[in-house]
Ligand binder design. Structure first.
Ligand SMILES: NC(=O)c1ccc[n+]([C@@H]2O[C@H](COP(=O)([O-])OP(=O)(O)OC[C@H]3O[C@@H](n4cnc5c(N)ncnc54)[C@H](OP(=O)(O)O)[C@@H]3O)[C@@H](O)[C@H]2O)c1
Length: 329
């Protein structure tokens, strides 16, 4: 088969389609003919040589895909050849075929076509596991999401609203502010123009946010704690601006608040499968009813994967960028 390989760490131009070995499903694994793959920030880091794939994962990028089941490994009973699926991957989605642990496959939510479905696994699993499992966001609480226009942000807004929370987002441009408000955010702060801590206090009558989903990392640690409500939960999932910062424990204790940091990719199959099951149970019905939508910014032919990476690097996207791998089924 063919895959988009990284010839050497570097700029988007190091991505090229090459012949690679056909993957073979092992026990409890499924072979998927890939139709589309989601592009994620982590793919850009991997391309630059900063985020090597975990042991056993294919060396080419791709943390999520959609397609059709092509073959079953021993012990797989819940899927059949020909099923249309989406999949949460540890890597290898930028390819004509990928092997997936059976528990990381998802049926397509009703009403979502097979190409669009590639936009769902990474954002739904990341937001669900962090905002709800870790952050325990509840109805009536205040959720602050940094990067409201991102793939993650556009899903976090919708899931926050779906549970009846209030949602505040930060964005770096008027275009992303508008998109976030259209998706249901109650308040969208342009962080280029105003201080998000002050704006969150203003929007919450001084109370602060109950849950913060952060993709910035070190640069925002202190200000995120400032923006937290009493018993607030800060969940860090990205380190776009720094990995190390000083934590004011006194301030955290005073608020009886907590800081969490997680990453989805290296988790064991059992944990990822449990998250996938939870997403299918809780999020898929909202997608089927149209309450929550996959937000696709653009679909790029996989022959131009470099253009997809350039667009994400430039912060052009609102929602997900997808690579179209195979012709229509
Ligand atoms: N830990 C995990 O398991 C996990 C899983 C998936 C994703 N992630 C992380 O989540 C983040 C988003 O991923 P994605 O795939 O959705 O990427 P994406 O669509 O490229 O979004 C990145 C976003 O970061 C925002 N941003 C940059 N600087 C900002 C700032 N100072 N304040 C607020 N927002 C800022 C950008 O918004 P503006 O253009 O508005 O500045 C952009 O929308 C990435 O950091 C990624 O690594 C983590």
């Amino acid at each position: 088969m063919r895959a988009v390989v990284i010839s050497e760490p570097g700029p988007p131009e190091v991505l090229s389609i090459q012949e690679v070995d056909d993957p073979v499903p092992g026990d409890n694994e499924v072979l998927v003919n890939v139709v589309a793959a989601g592009v994620n920030r982590a793919d850009l880091l991997q391309r630059k040589g900063h985020y090597p794939p975990p042991a056993g994962a294919p060396p080419w990028p791709g943390l999520e895909c959609s397609g059709q089941v092509a073959a079953l490994g021993a012990g797989v009973t819940e899927w059949s050849v020909g099923d249309e699926v989406a999949a949460l991957l540890t890597g290898g989605g930028y390819a004509e075929q990928v092997v997936v642990p059976a528990g990381q496959l998802m049926p397509l939510p009703s009403g979502v076509d097979v190409v669009t479905a590639a936009a769902l696994p990474e954002v739904t699993c990341t937001v669900w596991s962090n905002v709800f499992d870790v952050g325990r966001l509840a109805k009536g609480e205040m959720l602050l999401v940094h990067g409201g226009g991102s793939g993650i942000g556009t899903m976090a807004i919708q899931l926050g609203k779906a549970v009846g929370a209030h949602v505040i987002v930060t964005c770096g441009s008027p275009r992303k502010v508008s998109a976030s408000l259209e998706l249901g955010a109650d308040v969208a702060i342009n962080y280029q123009e105003s201080d998000f801590v002050e704006e969150v206090r203003r929007a919450t009558a001084g109370r602060g946010a109950d849950v913060i989903l952060d993709v910035i990392g070190a640069k925002y640690l202190t200000r995120n704690i400032d923006a937290l409500a009493r018993r607030g939960r800060l969940v860090v999932i990205g380190m776009q601006v720094g990995t190390k910062a000083e934590l004011d424990l006194g301030r955290l204790m005073g608020k009886r608040a907590s800081v969490h940091a997680t990453t989805l990719r290296p988790r064991p199959v059992e944990e990822k499968s449990a998250i996938v099951r939870s997403v299918i149970d809780h999020v898929w019905p909202w997608v089927a009813s149209g309450q929550v939508r996959p937000i696709v910014d653009r679909i790029v032919p996989w022959t131009d994967a470099a253009a997809a990476h350039r667009a994400m690097e430039a912060g052009d996207n609102i929602g997900k960028i997808l690579l179209r791998i195979a012709p229509a089924l």
